[in-house]
Design a protein around this ligand. Structure first.
Ligand code: MN
Ligand code: FE
Length: 348
C-alpha cells in the first residue's frame, strides 16, 4: 500500500480524457492544462477582473442617514435589517458548501480553479455584511443570529443546507446515478436557488434605496455582490448542465419533475420571506411586486437548466436587468481607493 495515489508516469493528460466530475484519479486532477472547460477558466478570469474589497466603499453617508431619527420609517428600517440579516449568514453557508461539499467531488482542475476564486468571493461578501453591520452599529448578535430566529429566513437557509448535509455524509459518493442526482440537487439548491433566486429580493430592495441616494454605500456593495453572484450562478448552471450532458442517465423525467417542484417550493419560501419583510409597501416596492419578480427570475433559472418555465410573470423591475448588465467600472474607479492597504502590511 502506498501513502499517496501519486505515481510516476509518462502518460499525458489530454482534453479527451478529462471529465467534469468522477475523474476518480484516472485523470490527474493536479494539471490545470490542457484546459477542456474553457467557460470555467473564463469565469475565473472574469471573477479576478471584478476584484473589490468592501472597505474600499465609504459608508459615511449611510451612517449619517441611519443615525438620523427621521432618516427612515420603521417599515424601511425593518426591511433593511431583514435584508442584511439574511445575507449576513447566507454568504457563509454558500462558502461552506463550496469548500466542504462541492470541491471534494468536482475534481476537474479548471472548475476547481473557479471554485477557489468563488470561495474567496464568498468570504468578501461575508466581510461586506460584517462591515455594513459594524459601520451602522447594528446589533451584531441580532443580525448574525437572525437566520435562527426569523422563521422565513430559517426556511430559506434550511432549504439548501439539507443538501450540504446530504453530501457531507461519509457514505456519500457520486458514482451511482442516485448519488449524482443528490449532488445535482445540492448544486441546483445553491447555484439555482440560493444564489439564483433567494438573493434577488434583497438585491432589488437595497438597490431601490440606492436609486434614491439612500444607503448609497450599502447599495454600491450590493451592486458588486450582484455582479459577482451573476457569475457564480452562470458558472453553476454551466457546471450542472455539463454534468447532465456527461451523465445523461441522471436526467430522468422523474428527476426533472422533482427539480421543478423544488424550485416552485423555493419560490413559495421566497414569497413568504418578502411578505414578512414588507408587511406594507415602501419606496414603491411591495410583496406582490417582489413575488412577481421572484417568479420571473425562477422561470429564467428553469430555462437555463433546460426545464419548462412555470409562471410566465413579467419583470416588474426592468431596471434590474440594466444593473446586472452594467459593468460598473466607471463608478468603481471613481470611488475606490488608489492603493490596496496590503501594501502597508509589508513593513517587517
Ligand atoms: Mn456571495
Ligand atoms: Fe455566490
Amino acid at each position: 500500500m502506498t501513502i499517496s495515489s501519486l505515481r510516476m508516469t509518462r502518460d499525458k493528460v489530454t482534453v479527451d480524457n478529462k471529465k467534469v466530475i468522477n475523474n476518480d484519479r484516472a485523470v490527474d486532477c493536479n494539471q490545470l492544462v490542457p484546459i477542456k472547460y474553457k467557460w470555467a477558466w473564463h469565469y475565473y478570469l472574469d471573477g479576478c477582473a471584478n476584484h473589490w474589497m468592501p472597505t474600499e466603499v465609504s459608508m459615511q453617508r449611510d451612517i449619517e442617514q441611519w443615525k438620523d431619527p427621521l432618516g427612515f420609517t420603521e417599515d424601511e428600517r425593518h426591511v433593511i435589517k431583514r435584508t442584511f440579516g439574511f445575507f449576513a449568514t447566507a454568504e457563509t453557508l454558500v462558502g461552506n458548501n463550496i469548500v466542504l461539499a462541492i470541491y471534494k467531488f468536482v475534481d476537474n482542475p479548471e472548475c476547481r480553479q473557479y471554485l477557489l476564486r468563488q470561495a474567496f468571493e464568498e468570504a468578501i461578501h461575508a466581510h461586506a455584511f460584517q462591515y455594513i453591520v459594524q459601520s451602522l452599529s447594528l446589533n451584531e448578535i441580532e443580525m448574525f443570529n437572525m437566520y435562527r430566529e426569523v422563521k422565513t429566513i430559517f426556511d430559506k437557509d434550511e432549504f439548501s443546507m439539507i443538501y450540504t448535509d446530504g453530501v457531507l455524509n461519509p457514505a456519500f459518493d457520486t458514482r451511482s446515478t442516485l448519488g449524482l442526482q443528490t449532488f445535482l440537487r445540492n448544486l441546483i439548491a445553491y447555484y439555482g436557488v440560493t444564489e439564483g433566486i433567494f438573493f434577488y429580493s434583497g438585491f432589488v430592495i437595497m438597490l431601490s434605496f440606492g436609486r434614491q441616494n439612500r444607503m448609497p454605500g450599502s447599495a454600491e456593495q450590493i451592486q458588486y455582490i450582484l455582479r459577482d453572484e451573476s457569475i457564480h450562478m452562470n458558472f453553476g448552471i454551466e457546471l450542472i448542465n455539463t454534468i447532465v450532458d456527461e451523465n445523461p442517465a441522471v436526467w430522468s423525467s422523474e428527476f426533472q419533475q422533482s427539480i421543478v417542484s423544488s424550485v416552485k417550493k423555493a419560490v413559495e419560501l421566497e414569497c413568504a420571506y418578502t411578505r414578512e419583510c414588507l408587511p406594507r409597501g415602501v419606496l414603491g416596492l411591495n410583496a406582490d411586486l417582489l413575488g412577481e419578480y421572484v417568479q420571473h427570475i425562477a422561470d429564467r433559472r428553469l430555462e437555463k437548466l433546460r426545464l419548462p418555465t412555470q409562471y410566465g410573470s413579467r419583470n416588474p423591475f426592468p431596471w434590474m436587468s440594466e444593473v446586472i448588465d452594467l459593468k460598473k467600472e466607471k463608478n468603481f474607479f471613481e470611488t475606490r481607493v488608489t492603493e490596496y492597504q496590503t501594501g502597508g502590511a509589508l513593513e517587517w
